[in-house]
Design a protein around this ligand. Structure first.
Ligand code: SF4
Length: 319
């Protein structure tokens, strides 16, 4: 089992397949001209599978594919098929633009839960946030996932002055649809112009929701990053990911692998371990993984006040 020096057991690996994306979300991507990593530097299908097998041997039981947008990779289908043969729970995050092309692949791979990023329920506002006009298609694909019995979590990054007024739209959406909406506090990454004044805390969000709805607290699972709630008689639920105002690092079980094969032991870790380079040289990557984990800090990559913002952009980490 992958245990760090604080006794936390790590069984969850998030693998970024690419730092390319078909949207341009303002909190995620530095700017329109961001250089995408050349494919020679990305992990190839067999490398993803080989490296993942090493993590699985060390105790990883849950894998989430991320990006960028994982489904823009031409060989995403193959990667999903190969990883589904491993003894893990496989899930994916997506912006849902291409989901209609992958429903059968997800089913064959026994993927039962899909996380969709969506920051507005208004087409014009969606365009301002993402610089793309795929809103209707995304909405249609979310309903397609529900119609095919996938569990759908909708992740909304709440940024003050940008989209906090949409919180109630998302709550209203849970009335008739069994969606799990998750409001994410805006986090700092390279070049995303974060500052604390743009953060809407989960306490503020709860206050807004309580002006219109009566809700109850639901039980959170161990290692859950989200605090879950439900409005009475609504089909869906809502939750908060409170990384900024109430971090949940004490129960962290997450590791990350970037699309270019670097391991990060925390979303905010400054250091990275070159797993792909070692794998290509035929070296023992299991000991590298263990030693990377040993360096994991107690909380927030050892940067509790977010004073140091040297990190990859979110799109280059994989969320
Ligand atoms: S900030 Fe780092 S340690 Fe804390 S929960 Fe996130 S990944 Fe885990």
């Amino acid at each position: 089992m992958l245990t760090d020096t604080f006794g936390r057991k790590h069984n969850y690996l998030r693998i970024s397949l690419t730092d390319a994306c078909n949207l341009r979300c303002l909190y995620c991507m530095p700017n329109e001209k961001m250089a995408v990593t050349p494919s020679s530097k990305l992990m190839k299908v067999d490398e993803i599978v080989g490296i993942t097998k090493a993590f699985v041997k060390l105790g990883v039981t849950k894998i989430r594919l991320t990006g960028g947008e994982p489904l823009v990779r031409n060989d995403a289908r193959q990667i999903i098929q190969q990883l589904s043969k491993l003894p893990v729970e496989l899930t994916t995050s997506t912006n849902a633009v291409l989901v209609n092309e992958y429903i059968d692949v997800f089913k064959e791979a026994n993927i039962s839960s899909v996380n969709v990023s969506l920051d507005s329920l208004n087409a014009d506002e969606f365009f301002v946030i993402t610089k793309r006009g795929d809103f209707k298609k995304i909405l249609g694909n979310i309903y397609l996932l529900l119609a095919n019995n996938f569990k759908v979590k909708v992740n909304m990054v709440v940024v003050k002055g940008v989209n906090e007024h949409a919180i109630l739209d998302f709550i209203n959406w849970t009335k008739d649809f069994p969606l799990d909406v998750r409001f994410i506090e805006f986090m700092p990454f390279a070049e995303n112009k974060w500052d604390r004044s743009k953060v809407v805390s989960y306490v503020e969000m709860l206050d807004v929701i309580s002006t219109c709805y009566a809700f109850e607290k639901l039980r959170d699972e161990p290692n859950d990053t989200a605090k879950k709630y439900q409005v009475k008689n609504h089909a869906g639920t809502f939750a908060f990911i409170t990384t900024i105002t109430q971090p949940f690092c004490s129960s962290c079980n997450r590791l990350r692998l970037t699309a270019d094969g670097k391991m990060k032991n925390c979303l905010f870790s400054q250091g990275e371990t070159d797993i792909l380079g070692a794998y290509r040289r035929g070296e023992d990557i299991k000991s590298l993984i263990i030693s990377c984990l040993k360096d994991k800090k107690e909380a927030l990559g050892g940067n509790p006040n977010f004073a140091v913002t040297e990190n990859r952009s979110m799109i280059k980490i994989g969320g």
